[in-house]
Write a protein that binds this ligand. Structure first.
Ligand SMILES: [Zn+2]
Ligand SMILES: [Zn+2]
Length: 255
């Protein structure tokens, strides 16, 4: 099982690094795209046929889903390679309405995705099986319905966890327990001092979550383009003595 970062810039895209999107690839089965933030759809085309993938959403803030209408256009209207059937789409309960509004021609309308996606909502800690990829959602602390995802391959031993966007959360630590690679947001940069609770993590918070969860490698993601990146990594390092990687679009991780 392989994870490719399509983009991991925090809250907005950065030069060379779009906002959030991650590609899970397995042999002989459809891939899974986790979040599809603005700019990630172009990078998805570099790696594979965009229609041969299920799509899941941690939450529906703009930086995690705004390329979904582009995927719908490709699936429906690509002259040679439109989708040949329905893939799965899983996300917060209101995903079909929220994303349907983005693709509707009518300002008050909702485009119906059911011709090309079979949608089902996340249910707390209920593992979903998407061909060979198993994903378990854990509700985390963010102003809208948001899930961290624990990702495992059926018949494999590797594991990933993607934090989504979250403040400090015991559910996050459980989602990440013992994983090979923990893709954890550090949206507040070096410190969360003076920031509102229940929204994002600092590098220090991410390092602490990685230590408490006993992960093998921490990959820091969702760092905003204006943040002090070196200080954010150093803050994580002060809390976690395992391997720390600074996430960047194009990076590939095997588990
Ligand atoms: Zn975000
Ligand atoms: Zn968010």
């Amino acid at each position: 099982m392989q994870l490719t970062i399509l983009g991991c810039s925090g809250s907005v895209g950065a030069p060379g690094n779009p906002a959030s999107g991650y590609l899970i690839s397995v042999d002989d089965a459809p891939s899974v795209v986790m979040d599809l933030g603005p700019g990630t759809f172009a990078n998805l085309q570099v790696h594979q046929d965009p229609t041969d993938a299920h799509v899941v959403f941690s939450h529906l803030h703009a930086d995690h889903c705004l390329d979904f209408p582009s995927l719908m256009v490709w699936r429906r209207f690509h002259p040679d390679a439109p989708s040949k059937g329905r893939n799965l789409c899983i996300g917060p309960a209101h995903t079909p309405v929220h994303l349907g509004r983005l693709s509707s021609d009518d300002p008050d309308g909702v485009d119906d995705m059911s011709d090309t996606f079979a949608f089902s909502p996340w249910s707390e800690r209920q593992t979903e099986i998407l061909d060979r990829v198993r994903i378990t959602p854990y509700r985390v602390a963010h102003p809208v319905e948001t899930y961290a995802m624990r990702v495992e391959e059926t018949g494999g031993t590797g594991s990933f966890c993607y934090s989504g966007d979250t403040g400090v959360s015991t559910n996050l630590v459980e989602a990440a327990r013992g994983v090979d690679y923990f893709f954890c947001e550090a949206g507040w940069g070096p410190t969360s001092e003076g920031r509102p609770e229940g929204m994002h993590l600092s590098g220090a918070d991410a390092g602490r979550a990685a230590r408490e969860a006993g992960v093998k490698t921490l990959v820091l993601v969702h760092i905003q383009p204006w943040a002090d990146v070196e200080a954010t990594v150093a803050a994580a390092r002060a809390e976690f003595d395992g391997e720390i990687v600074l996430g960047q679009a194009g990076m590939v991780f095997d588990a």
